[in-house]
Design a binder for this molecule. Structure first.
Ligand code: NAI
Length: 333
């Protein structure tokens, strides 16, 4: 059996972590032969709640789970970590503008970037879930200069999973028959869920989704809006934001990054733009990626029509604005 790896989860007393921790302990992310030590970071007032979570983790009686370290100190939490799930963030409160949210979180992700820089393994894989996820990932990487920028990613996998499920429902097939739907851009309502390159397996033969759906108006409006607004729909029904599905998506993202994607298949991740598809550099933008040996590559050569281009422009512009605001906040400290 292999040596345990150190994995940190921030916001460990929160609702997403509550579903995520089970998956980590059960081996469904890093594999059934990989023991893990868990570092659980939250803020001081949550330490009692965290004690309860730890009791439950112990009571899972799962053999892969070795040490569990609860802490409110990022310097302890990030020590020698091989993987980091940055879930904790300041939630949006009543009357708070996006700008205020960005400012509060810029500070958190700056602190955590520095702690990663000083304490984490240099090949640490970082997944930012806490919102605004793309810009938080960008801030974090900027404060961790000794760690490659490619190691910082933001989660758009929940959006991808939602899009895949919505297409499967429309086509009346099981979700595993639908592949290669893409989420472009920001994890926000400007994201572009794109079915143009998706395929569906019907009675053993692979067909392009657009020709099977055969309704461009549905794909370009109803479908896009449904995915963009799905998070808000869950909040209005549940009075809390998506947690079970967000945790599952975080597990999917890290597992694919760790273990790889299947040949011919890709997944969407917010990654540092290298200028692919004409997207401005130096923003964390969700692209389709294929993963091998723990390294992702942006899938190249997909045709982008005028409609798609206009959607890509909207979401990249929003990310550039967020970056400007983040820079303002960080410079005024
Ligand atoms: P939650 O409020 O239940 O838990 C957040 C936890 O983070 C709390 O325990 C809080 O004390 C902790 N926290 C706050 N500041 C912290 C800090 N500086 N260090 C460590 N921990 C800190 O929230 P939930 O539902 O677990 O969601 C977490 C985040 O994930 C939110 O920002 C939410 O918007 C985001 N989210 C992102 C999704 C995505 O697709 N990228 C999907 C769903 C949620």
């Amino acid at each position: 059996t292999s040596e345990p790896i150190n994995v940190v989860v921030t916001g460990a007393a929160g609702q997403i972590a509550y579903s995520l921790l089970y998956q980590l302990a059960a081996g469904s992310v890093f594999g059934p032969n990989q023991p893990i030590n868990l570092r659980l970071l939250d803020i001081p007032v949550m330490m009692t709640v965290l004690d309860g979570v730890i009791m439950e983790l112990e009571d899972l009686a799962l053999p892969l789970l070795r040490e569990i370290t609860p802490t409110a100190d990022p310097n302890v939490a990030f020590k020698d970590v091989a993987a980091a799930f940055l879930v904790g963030s300041m939630p949006r409160k009543e009357g708070m503008e996006r700008k205020d949210l960005l400012a509060a979180n810029a500070e958190i992700f700056k602190v955590q970037g520095k702690a990663l820089d000083q304490h984490a393994q240099k090949d640490v894989k970082v997944l930012v879930v806490g919102n605004p996820a793309n810009t938080n990932a960008w801030i974090c990487s900027h404060h961790a200069p000794s760690i490659p920028k490619e190691n910082f990613t933001a989660m758009t996998r929940l959006d991808q999973n939602r899009a895949q499920a919505a297409l499967a429902a429309r086509l009346n097939v099981s979700v595993d028959k639908v592949k290669n739907v893409i989420i472009w851009g920001n994890h926000s309502s400007t994201q572009y869920p794109d079915a143009a390159h998706a395929t569906v397996n019907l009675q053993g033969s692979t067909k392009p989704v657009p020709s099977v759906v055969n309704d461009d108006n549905w794909l370009n409006t109803t479908f896009v809006e449904k995915i963009q607004k799905r998070g808000a729909a869950v909040i209005s029904a549940r009075k809390m934001s998506s947690a079970m599905s967000a945790a599952k998506a975080a597990g999917d993202h890290m597992r694919d990054w760790w273990i790889g994607t299947k040949p011919g298949e890709w997944v969407s991740m917010g990654v540092l733009s290298d200028g692919s598809y004409g997207i401005p550099r130096d923003i964390v933008f969700s692209f389709p990626v294929a993963i091998e040996n723990g390294q992702y590559k942006i899938v190249q050569g997909l045709a982008i029509n005028d409609f798609a281009r206009s959607k890509l422009n909207i979401t990249s512009k929003e990310l550039e604005e967020e970056r400007t605001e983040a820079n303002n906040v960080l410079q005024n400290k």
